[in-house]
Design a protein around this ligand. Structure first.
Ligand SMILES: Nc1ncnc2c1ncn2[C@@H]1O[C@H](COP(=O)(O)OP(=O)(O)OP(=O)(O)O)[C@@H](O)[C@H]1O
Ligand SMILES: [Mg+2]
Length: 458
């Protein structure tokens, strides 16, 4: 492809002279009579090099240079300065011009400069492309993912990172919600300030207010000194309220007020404090149904749910399993190992497994397997739960293995199975299926929608 060069000069003869010279060298020339026209061209297409005069009516060449560096940092800029205007040349170099040439110049001189500038801009562009594809490849801010669903989440994170809106991150346990929250912070303009994460389910109710908003000395027994709360610690940065569904109603009311008024008081304090925090929340419960049951304030729900990121469970993006296995192999095994890290049979077994504990479970499985054999993941070293363990029998005694279970997920799985079975038995007639399960049509339809089963069985 021909290199494209934009020539900017208010003097017609100079524009024409340079255009001819550039085209003779085998490049494509586009001309602009002033900086505003040049900016229009730069806006609508890509140039490898801009050659611009400094002295022009309107926006001068130095100002144009600054704009170009902001809008197209990979485009090289060569400035033509007036003879003896050394300070213009210095200024141009400071602002990132590739080089300058003072008028009048020799044809040979400018040819060499153009050639060198183009070479450099080529290298730069290749580098940027590499960097971008590396990012688009299989990870973003430490989140590994090769599936279209995760790529979509990466681009969503990039977008929401630029705003200050509250984002609610939803997804099953172990899907990477906290990683997503960190990625939003790390790619936002707040990245240099604090990222403060708090698990709302882990703080005793009576300490919650002081934890979030701080307290004054003597506010309650045990408050031996003034203490800043998480809102203050996160000032200028991001506050991540994990498991927001666990927040008791009274605290929901207090939090809502703070989010509305953007100010708060320490417990036992009189002084009103302000804090500039961006709020991210996560929940693995169905908050919307919690709102319906009255367990979560609707007004708070809408305030924190301005934008939503739903992280899909691993079984809905099994393309991610190979890259995740590779990632965890390098984390727990030999990071440098070349060649096979997993047998085909073992990979197949993983790809067919529903991963009720999602990525956290996969990580544990890989770690365990590498303790048994640090050089290769074998099928025998993957003691996955059998499906019959995942869905317990009805009627029999409940059994809970030592490592515990996830009751909500088990119940969901069970429910899903019965919904599908009923649809199968009634050849998809929803009314009949609802009758079979002893529930109303409405409730049946609601449950289908909840599990995303509604469209496939129309
Ligand atoms: N896409 C991913 N790439 C790499 N590691 C991941 C990914 N997703 C999750 N993990 C890892 O899995 C573990 C669980 O992730 P995380 O804590 O973010 O999940 P979570 O959705 O917040 O889970 P919970 O609801 O149980 O709090 C962490 O160790 C995390 O580093
Ligand atoms: Mg979490």
């Amino acid at each position: 492809m021909k290199a494209r060069i934009l020539i900017v000069d208010d003097e017609l003869s100079m524009r024409e002279f340079l255009a001819i010279l550039v085209e003779r060298e085998g490049y494509e020339a586009v001309v602009a009579a002033h900086a505003e026209e040049a900016l229009g061209q730069l806006d609508s297409s890509v140039f490898d090099l801009v050659i611009s005069d400094v002295q022009m009516p309107g926006l001068n060449g130095i100002e144009l240079l600054a704009r170009i560096k902001a809008m197209a940092p990979d485009t090289a800029v060569l400035m033509m300065t007036a003879f003896s205007a050394a300070e213009q040349a210095v200024e141009a170099m400071k602002l990132g011009a590739y080089d300058y040439i003072s008028k009048p110049f020799k044809v040979e001189e400018i040819k060499v400069l153009i050639r060198n500038a183009l070479e450099k801009s080529d290298l730069k562009r290749e580098n940027t492309v590499l960097r971008q594809t590396a990012q688009q490849r299989d990870s973003f801010c430490g989140i590994i993912g090769a599936s279209p669903k995760m790529k979509e989440i990466f681009s969503l994170i990039r977008k929401v990172a630029l705003s200050n809106s509250s984002v609610m991150i939803q997804g099953e346990s172990g899907t990477g919600k906290e990683l997503v929250a960190r990625a939003i912070h790390d790619s936002s303009p707040r990245a240099k300030k604090a990222f403060v994460a708090v698990n709302c389910g882990a703080i005793p109710e009576q300490l919650m207010e002081s934890e979030l908003f701080g307290h004054k000395k003597g506010a309650f027994t045990g408050a031996v000194a003034d203490r800043a709360g998480l809102f203050e610690q996160a000032d200028g940065g991001t506050l991540f309220l994990d498991e927001i569904g666990e927040l008791p109603l009274l605290m929901q009311t207090k939090l809502l007020r703070v989010l509305q008024e953007r100010e708060f008081r320490r417990v036992g304090g009189a002084q009103v404090q302000k804090s500039d925090v961006r709020i991210l929340t996560a929940s693995n419960r169905d908050l919307q149904s919690q709102v319906k049951d009255g367990g979560f304030r609707e007004d708070l729900f809408y305030r924190i749910n301005v934008m939503q990121i739903v992280v899909p469970p691993l079984r809905e993006r099994i393309e991610d399993i190979p890259v995740l296995v590779d990632h965890f192999f390098r984390k727990y095994g030999d990071p440098q190992q070349a060649g096979d890290i997993i047998t085909p049979a073992a990979l197949k077994k993983l790809m067919n497994y529903p991963f009720p504990g999602n990525i956290r479970e996969l990580e544990n499985i890989v770690e365990r397997s590498l303790i048994l054999d640090s050089s290769l993941i074998h099928e025998e070293n993957l003691p996955l739960l059998a499906c019959s363990d995942v869905v317990p029998c009805l009627g029999g005694d409940a059994t809970i293995p030592a490592e515990g279970i996830e009751l909500e997920r088990l119940l969901d799985d069970l429910e899903k199975k019965y919904l599908l079975k009923a649809l199968e038995m009634t050849s998809g007639a929803k009314k009949k299926a609802a009758d079979l399960l002893g529930m109303s049509f409405r409730s049946f339809r609601y449950r289908l929608a909840k599990f995303g089963l509604d469209s496939e069985n129309e």
